[in-house]
Design a protein around this ligand. Structure first.
Ligand SMILES: Nc1ncnc2c1ncn2[C@@H]1O[C@H](COP(=O)(O)OP(=O)(O)OP(=O)(O)O)[C@@H](O)[C@H]1O
Ligand SMILES: [Mg+2]
Length: 361
């Protein structure tokens, strides 16, 4: 899917914008505070129902307004058009539509565009807790295996139910059938994740050679429980501890992806710039794998590319994205910093000024 048209109304400082996007590189430039990140954030929000900058979605609505709308028109290789839209108002819940029909789950919007965002906040993937890394893995599986989302939702529900039963102080005996069910889904989910990580590793190796050739990385999936025992047994053994806190301490909801260099966590070994390169390599590897396995094209939102990567790596990243046919929205403060890239890649250029977007001829 390629986004042909993207419209925003009253989103952040953007009162009204209508962008006709190119298949390949779309470059957005403007001074500090003009609205570049807002344009990327809008697409991310339309895709996931969440912002990558704030957890308070009311902040996304223009200060003077009570609601904002976002919409994207997508076309597939058969030129079939799909319209996804979202309306967020201060008084009501988010309203989502696909081809003008209301939908109730964010996954029904998300499934249309595999979006990868690279921004200064992307560091969190390696520096913060495992939640983002689990989301990272699940992203890849979600777009590759349509059945995965249901499995993931059931597992989430089972965890909630188990925690509720623990809070009700159910006996160890009473918990046994729940443990069994929980374990059954935990094992299924884990199988997908382990197999995905294996394939991702292969895709990553080729990319790492271009980004950080001086290091050898080892990527390991941690189950979220002691790997020497089946999860059903772990739940039973940990019953007393779980009951005290009313919380399930082990399971795929505690899983993690650990990346190491010579036995030490990558976060301890790499410089900040190198960490950025690793984040880019990981996200790019997902795009490559997605394309390899499904022929789907990811959409890459890259905020302030020149400050994220040096000249050489900017080129490498954009060349790799071009090779997998990924559409890109890239922002920059200084278009001169992108001259090198623009001389090699045709791009559509947009200029943003005080929230007004114009196409640069
Ligand atoms: N809800 C809102 N309503 C109106 N304006 C807002 C709202 N939220 C943020 N802004 C303003 O929108 C402007 C654009 O912010 P944005 O972060 O998109 O700028 P930017 O072009 O990415 O800047 P930089 O180059 O510094 O990253 C800022 O001036 C900010 O104060
Ligand atoms: Mg910005």
């Amino acid at each position: 899917m390629i986004i042909k048209r993207y419209t925003l109304n009253h989103f952040r400082n953007i009162k009204k914008a209508d962008l006709k996007l190119e298949n390949g590189l779309n470059l957005i430039w403007g001074v500090n505070g003009s609205g570049k990140t807002a344009l990327l954030e809008g697409l991310h929000f339309l895709n996931t129902g969440r912002s990558f900058r704030t957890s308070i979605s009311d902040h996304l609505i223009h200060h003077d307004q009570t609601e904002c709308t976002l919409a994207a028109e997508l076309t597939d290789s058969d030129q079939q058009t799909t319209r996804i839209a979202l309306q967020k108002s201060k008084r009501h819940d988010i309203e989502m539509r696909v081809n003008h029909t209301k939908v109730s789950k964010w996954s029904e919007l998300a499934r249309w565009i595999p979006i990868q965002t690279i921004s200064p906040e992307s560091f969190a993937l390696l520096l913060e807790g495992p939640k983002m890394r689990r989301a990272f893995i699940d992203w890849g599986i979600f777009y590759q295996y349509p059945e995965y989302h249901k499995l993931w939702s059931i597992q989430k529900k089972l965890l909630k139910q188990r925690n509720a039963l623990l809070k009700q102080q159910k006996s160890q005996q009473e918990m046994l059938p729940w443990n069994q069910q929980f374990a059954q889904y935990a094992e299924k989910l884990t199988k997908y994740r382990k197999s995905y990580i294996n394939s991702l590793n292969e895709a990553l190796q080729g990319i790492i050679d271009k980004f950080l050739p001086q290091f050898t990385f080892v990527t390991e999936y941690h189950l979220g429980w002691d790997k020497n025992y089946p999860i059903a047994e772990v739940l039973n053994i940990q019953y007393e501890r779980d009951k005290i806190t009313g919380y399930t301490h082990s399971g795929p909801h505690k899983a993690d992806l650990k990346i190491s260099i010579d036995g030490r966590p990558a976060q301890q070994v790499l410089s900040r710039g190198q960490l950025k390169l690793l984040v880019c390599a990981l996200k790019l590897a997902q795009g490559v794998l997605l394309h390899q396995e499904t022929r789907k094209h990811a959409l890459f939102l890259i905020d302030d590319l020149p400050s994220e990567l040096d000249q050489q790596h900017r080129l490498v990243l954009l060349q790799q994205l071009k090779a997998i046919g990924a559409q890109q929205l890239v922002t920059t403060i200084e278009p001169k910093a992108m001259t090198n890239v623009l001389s090699q890649t045709p791009a559509k250029v947009f200029h943003v000024e005080h929230g007004q977007v114009s196409e640069h001829k």
